[in-house]
Design a protein. Structure first.
Lengths: 409, 215
């Protein structure tokens, strides 16, 4: 073929992929030897490959990673509750997102990046929508129908306008699993690097979070709970709720809709049914009872004077400036729900600080201080002046900074 | 699946976990290790995100697809037969989640000039040229390809996987992957060159405008 007639891009692309039969390929190559426009078109095709290859590889945004973690935490919770790995489409689960949508911290929080995740999460359809389950099945069915276009004599240099061209006819023996070769980038290449999860260090491991680490809460004292002042309005809600586990979410929801004096066991140590029942938030009694036992069992025995502490876990990265300012926004808005700590080391540390301060803490938060894992504990310094003492210790219970004062009003 | 897996278990569970193979992790997940799947996710989420974002061309859609895919993988881990790499299986689930989404929308113009018009609509005229514009152009152009061709190009040309790996992910013969790539590239040439020319024209005219304005 010479003169004014040229091969179309698709034929040239097929030549480049080695998809043309020998005779046709030779024909096209002969033409290319004398035809500049077709040579340029071939170069354009190579250019497309280069442009595509040069596209930067995006890392998964933190918000999306947290969302995925949350969804998997919900799966883990269901699994712990006895659900099979593949329960089928009809497995019931509360619509967490709808329930969470009314919670105060879903609406007013200036919380940097993870806030976006929270909002996105709120838009999600429930996990149980049937679309999730048969992904592979539908896709392969569609595959069959899409590729089932009538086959024409395809490998010749015929002009094709790009509409319904059959798939390469030579290779349609479907169902064969092509063995992986070691060429190019391997799919199982080096692992993606660990992402620093400043916001929710345990979010990826929900089970860990709910079995070993308690969720949220405040201080109980001799059976009666000292509720911190709570802001109901525009207090900044920095609690990264709901991301570490469904149990945490359950606890928080209940805390948000019921009176402060309710302590509930939302941790993984309690029964999953309990955690599931909580967000319906209709019967406080149901939630209160097992809690008392849990708390007594877990912490009470280790605390002097039988005090009970429930530890918050905001995952927030505190800096000095914030720990000098008014901490009500951080600690005061902590929902009262939560579970006791089953962590003996943590409890020993808390007991140590309580003994040193000779008073019970107003609030405890497992969080970060300047990027380091830290336990933040607040004690009253001067109640009439609204001053609190702030202790910041490492997981090993060593001071990370000098005890300081902050306000509480 | 792998008898050595248990030997590598140590009291420092997390450290040991990171040394496990993907297949070991999946096996542990099936057997109830609550951490194993999270480790798998941590290992592969960036690549899964890249695949989904490029295949769908939209961050929100990609986030939905990746989440669906990981949840789906979590649930149907037992269906993993071990005949392919875990990564292949994961990629397959992600790609299928993306294809599923695309096909449900399934509005795609057919003729080339329609494709180009649509690409123009989707790509805001850039003020200056740069990586970001190229990236926008490419994703706008990719969005106009049929899903199968797009998925093949994402895996082979963008992610750099071999045709054989891509074929395993897509569960089609290698020749089919090559054919989809070839046809996809052929469609992209006019779209991309048109978008590029348009950017050039815009740059020239705005430079002219600046000269006129400034003096």
């Amino acid at each position: 073929m010479t003169g004014d007639t040229h091969y179309d891009l698709e034929t040239l692309a097929e030549l480049a992929e080695g998809l043309l039969d020998d005779a046709t390929a030779q024909q096209v190559r002969d033409h290319l030897a004398i035809c500049d426009p077709c040579g340029e078109a071939l170069a354009d095709l190579a250019g497309v490959r280069e442009v595509l290859a040069a596209m930067p590889v995006p890392a998964m945004p933190l918000g999306v990673a947290l969302r995925v973690d949350k969804a998997l935490a919900a799966e883990a919770e269901r699994r712990r509750a006895g659900a099979p790995l593949d329960p089928g489409p009809a497995f019931p689960e509360p619509d967490w997102d709808r329930i969470m949508a009314d919670a105060p911290w879903e609406t007013g929080a200036p919380w940097e990046e993870p806030a976006a995740a929270g909002e996105r999460v709120a838009d999600l359809p429930p996990l149980e929508s049937p679309r999730l389950v048969p992904l592979a099945a539908t896709a392969s069915a569609d595959e069959a129908s899409l590729d089932g276009a009538p086959v024409a004599g395809a490998s010749g240099p015929a002009k094709v306008n790009g509409s319904h061209r059959p798939e390469s006819p030579a290779d349609e023996e479907s169902g064969t699993v092509v063995p992986l070769l070691a060429s190019a980038k391997r799919l199982d290449g080096p692992a993606a690097d660990e992402r620093p999860q400043t916001a929710a260090p345990e979010a990826a491991s929900a089970d860990d979070a709910s079995t070993k680490r308690p969720a949220l809460g405040v201080v109980a004292e001799d059976g009666s709970i000292v509720a911190p002042k709570r802001r109901t309005g525009s207090a900044r809600r920095r609690w990264l709720v709901s991301l570490s586990s469904v149990a945490a979410a359950a606890a928080v929801v209940a805390g948000g809709v019921t009176v402060t004096n309710t302590v509930l066991a939302g941790g993984g140590q309690s029964t999953p049914q309990h955690a599931v029942a909580a967000p319906s938030a209709s019967a406080p009694a149901e939630r209160t009872e097992p809690t008392q036992e849990t708390l007594s069992a877990d912490v009470g025995g280790q605390q002097e004077r039988g005090s009970r502490f429930v530890i918050g876990e905001s995952g927030y990265n505190y800096a000095d400036a914030e720990l000098k300012a008014n901490l009500v926004a951080y600690f005061g808005s902590m929902p009262s729900g939560g579970s006791a700590s089953g962590d003996a080391k943590l409890n020993r540390c808390i007991s140590k600080l309580v003994a040193a301060e000779k008073s019970d803490p107003i609030g405890i938060d497992r969080a970060y201080y300047n990027g380091n894992e830290a336990l933040i504990m607040l004690f009253w310094h001067n109640r009439s002046q609204d001053l609190v003492k702030v202790r910041v210790v490492s997981p090993e219970c060593k001071n990370l900074r000098k005890p300081g004062l902050a306000t509480w009003n | 699946m792998n008898p050595q897996a248990d030997n590598r278990t140590s009291p420092a569970g997390h450290v040991a976990r990171s040394a496990l193979s993907d297949a070991d992790l999946l096996h542990r997940h099936i057997n109830g290790d609550p951490q194993a799947f999270s480790e798998l996710v941590r290992r592969h989420r960036d690549r899964m995100w890249a695949v989904a974002l490029r295949t769908l061309g939209d961050a929100d859609e990609a986030a939905d697809a990746v989440q669906d895919a990981f949840v789906s993988a979590y649930r149907k881990a037992e269906s993993f037969r071990g005949e392919a790499a875990v990564t292949t299986w994961l990629h397959r689930i992600v790609v299928n989640a993306c294809l599923d989404r695309m096909r449900r929308k399934a509005v795609r113009p057919v003729a080339d000039d329609e494709l180009i018009e649509a690409a123009e609509r989707d790509t805001p005229l850039p003020d200056h040229t740069g990586d970001r514009e190229v990236s926008l152009e490419v994703s706008a152009a990719l969005r106009l390809l049929p899903p199968d061709q797009r998925a093949a190009l994402v895996l082979v040309d963008m992610m750099g996987y071999s045709v054989e790996d891509a074929a395993a992910v897509l569960e089609v013969p290698s020749g089919t992957v090559k054919s989809r790539c070839a046809r996809g590239r052929a469609k992209l040439v006019p779209i991309l060159s048109h978008l590029r020319n348009r950017s050039e024209r815009a740059r020239v005219s705005s430079a002219k405008g600046a000269r006129l304005r400034d003096g």
